[in-house]
Design a protein around this ligand. Structure first.
Ligand SMILES: *Cc1c(COP(=O)(O)O)cnc(C)c1O
Length: 431
């Protein structure tokens, strides 16, 4: 270590450090200002004699974050397929690629053949209508809640939205659908009771003040026992347009989730529009879909609120790629073969110190407000409970689930190629 006075003289200049290839590369990733601040911090350490002047570059690089965002990619070992706190549906590679391509300048609202303005995201809308011929028209907005508020506002602002008391749901984090609808100016006309609502309840409430009838899928809870609700077909026969919030975005029935409503059946039964999320069972980006009759979708599209909730170009791109492209990762997780999951767990146990982990039966769930009460049979690796916190704090965090006083590592939602990363993370916690 040179004498402090010499050290000060030997400290490399800022432009010299910034010109180092690794540092220049960091500038392109993180931006000039944040890298310069790291260089200056390293120079200060060298001047104080705390590091050698030769180590300024290394110290700069060591202090820099890996990404220009604080969002940290994590491995979802919870067994909850659509985990809202973990960003819901992970996108397919095709959707990520589409998003990247659309991130620059794109023809999102321009017809290249004529050079004129055209329908925003028309390719995405076409993909939706091809997959769902039951819908005459479609609209994409920011999320499911926006789709619902736009529908009820466009159809019933200043008038009434007739809704069953059994469907007045809170979607999470304190947000309640009734408040959401009322906030945009429609009045709620509640009918029936929490567990039972009949067609006569709706009939008694419908009148000149009715803007629409709303049916909401109680997607995050289940009422059992003495219950009844009125199906879409019966509601549609009442006259006013029926808005059906199906929640999770299943376009057609799926054998794995028999109780989950889907857009095709709802529209065939006479719903004027169906609303749903793009990032639940559809497996795409955060988005809200409105699917249904041309006259109703047009009313929504022309409403001023539509402009406030319109989807971004990268969302439209990722959604189209999800609809047209390979199967979305959420479906790999939902349909994961239990035997294969067990074999992966056994391989993981074998990669750990003797006796640390055990393969145990563990059910996954759909999550994200979808198919409540429905479980997905599978397996997990049980570790001592204390591992959960350690795994969460790894550079590539692994989110496990704590159950029955164990830390359960469920591989259902983890791409098989990432299994070695999970093993590595667990071994690091041991060490
Ligand atoms: C999830 C859900 C919503 C909200 O959708 P977001 O895309 O989260 O805004 C609304 N209604 C139902 C029934 C849902 O399941």
């Amino acid at each position: 270590m040179p004498h402090p006075a010499d050290a000060r003289r030997l400290v490399p200049r800022t432009d010299f450090v910034l010109a180092e290839p690794a540092v220049a590369q960091a500038v392109s990733r993180l931006g000039h200002e944040s890298v310069k601040a790291a260089v200056q911090a390293a120079q200060a350490l060298a001047r104080a004699g705390e590091i050698s002047p030769d180590d300024v570059v290394a110290s700069t690089l060591a202090a820099l974050p890996e990404r220009s965002t604080t969002l940290t990619p994590v491995l979802n070992a919870t067994g909850v397929v659509i985990h809202t706190n973990l960003g819901r549906a992970p996108l397919s590679d095709a959707a990520v690629e589409a998003m990247r391509a659309a991130a620059g300048t794109v023809d999102v609202e321009l017809d290249l053949a004529t050079g004129r303005r055209s329908t925003r995201g028309r390719g995405t809308l076409a993909a939706l209508l091809e997959l769902l011929p039951e819908a005459e028209a479609a609209l994409v907005v920011n999320n499911g809640a926006a789709a619902l508020v736009l529908a009820t506002t466009a159809l019933a602002a200043g008038r009434e939205v007739v809704v069953s008391r059994g469907e007045m749901v809170e979607i999470g984090d304190g947000f309640r659908l009734p408040d959401l609808i009322a906030s945009a100016g429609a009045r709620l006309r509640e009918v029936g009771t929490t567990n039972r609502t009949t067609l006569a309840d709706y009939e008694a409430a419908i009148g000149p003040e009715t803007g629409c009838v709303l049916k909401v899928h109680p997607s995050n809870f289940r009422v059992e026992g003495f219950t009844s609700a009125v199906p879409v077909a019966a509601l549609a026969a009442l006259g006013p347009p029926v808005v059906h919030d199906i929640g999770s975005g299943l376009l057609r029935p799926h054998r794995l989730l028999p109780d989950e409503p889907d857009a095709a059946r709802s529209l065939a039964d006479g719903a004027a529009v169906v609303t749903c999320s793009g990032d639940k069972l559809l497996g795409g980006p955060q988005a809200g879909l409105v699917l249904g009759r041309t006259d109703t979708v047009t009313r929504l599209r022309r409403h001023p609120l539509a402009r406030a909730v319109r989807a971004d170009k990268t969302t439209l791109a990722a959604l189209e790629a999800t609809l047209r492209g390979p199967r979305a990762p959420v479906w790999d997780a939902l349909e994961a073969d239990p035997d294969r999951l067990r074999a992966r767990c056994d391989a993981l146990v074998a990669a750990l110190p003797e006796g640390l982990g055990t393969t145990v039966p563990a059910d996954g769930v759909v999550g994200g407000g979808g198919a409540p009460g429905h479980t997905l049979p599978g397996w997990a690796v049980a570790l001592p409970e204390s591992y959960a916190a350690g795994l969460r704090l790894q550079p590539r965090p692994v989110l496990a689930r704590v159950e029955r006083a164990h830390c359960l590592v469920d591989l259902r939602c983890i791409p098989e190629a990432a299994d070695p990363l999970v093993a590595q993370a667990i071994r690091t916690v041991v060490g």
